[in-house]
Design a protein around this ligand. Sequence first.
Ligand SMILES: NC(=O)c1ccc[n+]([C@@H]2O[C@H](COP(=O)([O-])OP(=O)(O)OC[C@H]3O[C@@H](n4cnc5c(N)ncnc54)[C@H](O)[C@@H]3O)[C@@H](O)[C@H]2O)c1
Length: 261
Amino acid sequence: MAASGDTTTISSCTLIGRIALVTGGGSGIGRACCQVLAREGARVVVTDINLQAAKHTLTLLPGGQQHVVVAMDVSDRRSVEDAMKSAQDRCGALPSLLVNCAGVAIAAPLLETDDDSWEKNIGVNLTGIFLVTQAFATSLLETGRDSKGAVVNIASIMGKTGCTTMSAYTASKGGVISLTKTCAAEFARRAIRVNCVLPGLIDTPMSAGISEEELKNIMPLIPLSRSGRPEEVAEVVAFLLSERSSYMVGACVEVTGGYAM
Ligand SMILES: NC(=O)c1ccc[n+]([C@@H]2O[C@H](COP(=O)([O-])OP(=O)(O)OC[C@H]3O[C@@H](n4cnc5c(N)ncnc54)[C@H](O)[C@@H]3O)[C@@H](O)[C@H]2O)c1
């Protein structure tokens, strides 16, 4: 595992010849996943609702020429299907690896959660994974049994623990955990492994809004006494996509510095 923030220095190249599609690749954990997967030899399809951000990720990838950027709103079936087709056209083959990382976190106490914020959290974080995984697996399975696939869903430790003021977010992430297990069971015999990662507090734009006071309360609960770096999640994602984790199916791997273990 990389000891520093530089994700391009260690290379075991476990994903050479694979095409990996990453949702939410324009920022934070998704961007780090794109970097680590590219380092491991994969051709990366960087997707995001924010096309500019995805294009910036592309500039950070080793072997820049072979990777592609595609706009995708994971919460919109049409956008997902168009993006999958575009990825296939531009790469000349279907992605066989998928990282479902796109997410939003709109916080509010339950009594103040309105329909829009509930639907946005569920629509992006949970329905998004349903739509993208369905499109990905449908295409991959049509190509025949030989095309081995792997999916990693980014849930959250809060999907297990719950969290005050985060009811819609935590419900969406709890849904991701159970959806992962169901997809894993349905696809295992068809050569697609599905697993998920439960990050704790990770330094990204999403967590930047956490107040000093909230951080003061959280930090003593993390045995490592620090937040995580996006690449520390991405290294686990790369492992779960690779054949090094060939016997892992439906697993929920916590990357939390020991929080809530
Ligand atoms: N940062 C943390 O502490 C933390 C902890 C646990 C889980 N997570 C999860 O990790 C994932 C990545 O979060 P992050 O911290 O990197 O956040 P981030 O805000 O840095 O990145 C999220 C990305 O998702 C994209 N996105 C948002 N809505 C989208 C949509 N409808 N379609 C496509 N893309 C969309 C955004 O444009 C952005 O690029 C999320 O699923 C998040 O819930 C983050």
